[in-house]
Design a protein around this ligand. Structure first.
Ligand code: AMP
Length: 296
């Protein structure tokens, strides 16, 4: 595995691979890697000839009062995880490499960036979309891997790729959870043992709602009620919403299309997010798909 810190070195390294027709996979991260990142890297390594992992704590996606300065770092451990999971190149740019003096051009996402996290983190998705567009231009990957854990982020990036005709396929990888359900997150490291227990409320509620959905429950109010019940254990629920999985618009009444049930909550000062996707059968979703062979 090669470690590079400059855009020029990364381009020089990747150019011959691309010329040989190698398929390049890309996993952008902010470091303090865990098995959730590992799943993305493994999938890229399985599907591509070379996998680039970037670690860049992007200042432009943090708001005032957020955890930019304290964001956890452990480069040695990150390097081992990248090696173990099949990364070929680790890209570690400094902030000045990505944002040289005078930087002033941004990617502005549209309405998909407004609800859910967007409502509480103004400018966050603008920062994410801008850095991801820049990283795509730097790496020029064939495939890029994102986690379902940050569902709105994946939806915003997918839209950006279509809207700006970026030549990359976005792959969304299911959320990796601890055995008890807690979604892996770099920010879980902020939690003390008592906080870690209370943080389980997010996945407990979502997984209960998913189980009910799988058992046939389609009323949005009931699904939200089930997801809400354990959240009495957290300090503050920022949002708990059931939204159309594509448009992210809130859904009321009954679930008749694929939806995302999304939550953001605080345990102490730690902000955690999680979600589940609930997909009704094609018939219920009004897709009118015949699963039996057509008779002539
Ligand atoms: P981050 O380092 O938090 O910016 O995350 C980098 C990538 O890893 C993003 O695409 C995340 O959605 C993804 N990711 C983070 N946690 C998980 C998880 N538990 N399961 C799957 N993907 C994840």
């Amino acid at each position: 595995m090669r470690v590079v810190r400059t855009i020029a070195d990364l381009r020089a390294l990747l150019k011959p691979l691309r010329e040989q027709g190698q398929r390049i996979g890309f996993v952008p991260t902010m470091g303090f890697l865990h098995e959730g990142h590992g799943a993305l890297i493994r999938q890229s390594a399985a599907r591509c000839d070379a996998t680039v992992v970037s670690i860049f704590v992007n200042p432009n996606q943090f708001g005032p009062g957020e955890d930019l300065a304290s964001y956890p770092r452990d480069l040695e451990r990150d390097q081992s995880l990248c090696l173990e999971t099949g990364a070929s190149v680790l890209f570690l740019p400094e902030v000045a490499e990505i944002y040289p003096t005078g930087f002033q051009t941004h990617v502005e996402p549209g309405s998909l960036a407004e609800p859910l996290c967007g409502k509480f983190r103004p400018g966050h998705f603008r920062g994410v979309a801008t850095v991801v567009a820049k990283l795509f231009n730097i790496v020029q990957p064939d495939l890029a891997f994102f986690g379902q854990k940050d569902y709105q982020q994946a939806v915003v990036i997918r839209r950006m790729v279509r809207d700006l005709n970026l030549p990359v396929d976005v792959v969304v990888v299911p959320t990796v959870r601890e055995a008890d359900g807690l979604a892996l997150s770099s920010r879980n490291t902020y939690l003390d043992p008592a906080g870690r227990k209370r943080a389980l409320a997010l996945s407990e509620g979502l997984l209960a709602a998913r189980e009910a959905f799988e058992g046939g429950e389609r009323r949005t109010a009931k699904l939200i009620e089930l997801a809400k019940a354990p959240l009495a254990k957290v300090d503050k629920v920022q949002y708990l919403e059931l939204v159309d999985a594509q448009t992210l618009e809130p859904l009321k009444g009954v679930v008749n299309r694929t939806v995302a049930l999304c939550v953001a909550a605080y345990v102490g000062d730690t902000r955690l997010i999680d979600n589940v996707i609930l997909a009704p059968s094609p018939e219920e979703a009004g897709l009118n798909v015949s699963l039996s062979p057509q008779k002539s």
